[in-house]
Design a binder for this molecule. Structure first.
Ligand code: SAM
Length: 331
């Protein structure tokens, strides 16, 4: 094929120039010949020595498990484009029609993503007080404990015993950026501590409550792993804890039932403090219902609220979003 020949010392500049001109032929290994380097090109290029040469084809590594999986053509369009990765564990949502191919899908994921050691399918929706789901083992190691890295912290957790979603990483960073040194934070539904441990890097003190003993066990371990000595893990029902402490910032990450805990959150925040409220809302009217509930509880307690920011956090279900509302409480 057509090639340009350049002295070795000019190779890097030549490569950049050929890319810039859009003439470097992709998928071939560049060749060295004595003190020269040969680049494959798609058309003649002015200012370079041109010649004919053979090049070895580069084997392209597949980017997606969908490139290596073998399934019947009729189910191929159902293969999900994405899946969650928590540490070394992949969790994929498969429609019923793909379940018979679960093992093959799991093995394809392991082949393409070398850092993944175990693959599970979602076996149910997140449910119950602990907000966990059933998992179906598809391939790889039969283990559910892993170490996940996010926003510069390390989180040990068991995906079968506690709630954890890597899709909230950006939202957690948003709250971290709002946190000011010296603040007292109350994380009402802390899980294994992705908010609490992160915010502890800035806040003076973080109270982190959860009703799931496994979550608190991992939270304790995660405070040690990240030297977050200013996190106070509290095992129990937040209804019994709230009101006994006062915080500048309260995080309510239990979107399915947040509204049921508004009174506790408002009693726990200082005058002028901020509450980060999460919920689910339909696309056509994401916030109104939640705003109304927030105003009602505030009125009952004799407080007023000032809405600061509202945003979609992530899609949740068709035409449904996980939303966040930040508001200030004035007492
Ligand atoms: C959606 S998860 C969020 C966990 C964590 N904030 C995160 O981002 O991974 C909600 C958590 O609230 C806990 N929870 C549910 N009801 C509770 C209650 N009444 N008191 C304290 N924690 C509760 C669950 O065990 C679960 O870990």
């Amino acid at each position: 094929m057509l090639a340009v020949k350049v002295p070795k010392r000019e190779a890097e500049n030549a490569r950049r120039k050929l890319i810039e001109l859009g003439v470097l032929a992709r998928g071939y290994a560049v060749r060295r010949e004595g003190e020269s380097v040969l680049f494959p090109v798609t058309e003649p290029v002015e200012g370079f020595e041109l010649l004919e040469a053979d090049f070895e084809r580069l084997e392209r590594r597949p980017h997606s498990y969908r490139e290596v999986i073998e399934v019947p053509d009729e189910v191929r369009p159902l293969l999900p484009n994405s899946f969650d990765i928590i540490g070394e564990i992949a969790i994929i949502e498969l429609p019923e029609e793909l379940m018979p191919y679960g093992k093959a899908i799991g093995e394809a994921i392991l082949r393409v993503h070398r850092h993944i050691k175990a693959v599970f399918a979602k076996g149910s929706k997140v449910s119950g007080e602990y907000r966990v789901r059933e998992l179906i083992h598809l391939a790889g190691e039969k283990r559910t404990e892993t170490l996940h890295r996010e926003n510069g912290i390390r989180l040990k957790l068991d995906v079968a015993k506690v709630y954890f979603s890597p899709r909230l990483a950006t939202e957690r960073m948003r709250i971290f950026k709002k946190t000011r040194p010296g603040e007292v934070v109350f994380d009402m539904f802390a899980g294994v501590g992705p908010y609490a441990v992160l915010l502890a890097k800035r806040a003076k003190l973080v109270f982190a409550c959860d009703i799931n003993p496994w979550a608190i066990r991992y939270l304790e371990e995660n405070t040690r792993l990240n030297r977050a000595n200013n996190v106070v893990p509290i095992l129990g029902d937040v209804r019994e804890v709230a009101g006994r402490l006062k915080a500048d910032r309260v995080i309510m990450n239990l979107p399915k039932f947040t509204d049921r805990f508004l009174k506790e959150a408002m009693l726990s925040v200082k005058d002028g403090g901020i509450i980060h409220y999460y919920g689910f809302g339909p696309e056509e009217d994401l916030y109104s219902e939640h705003e109304a509930k927030i105003k009602t509880i505030a009125r009952e307690l004799g407080f007023t609220v000032e809405f600061l920011e509202e945003r979609k956090v992530r899609p949740y279900a068709p035409r449904q979003f996980n939303i966040a509302i930040d508001f200030r409480v004035l007492k």
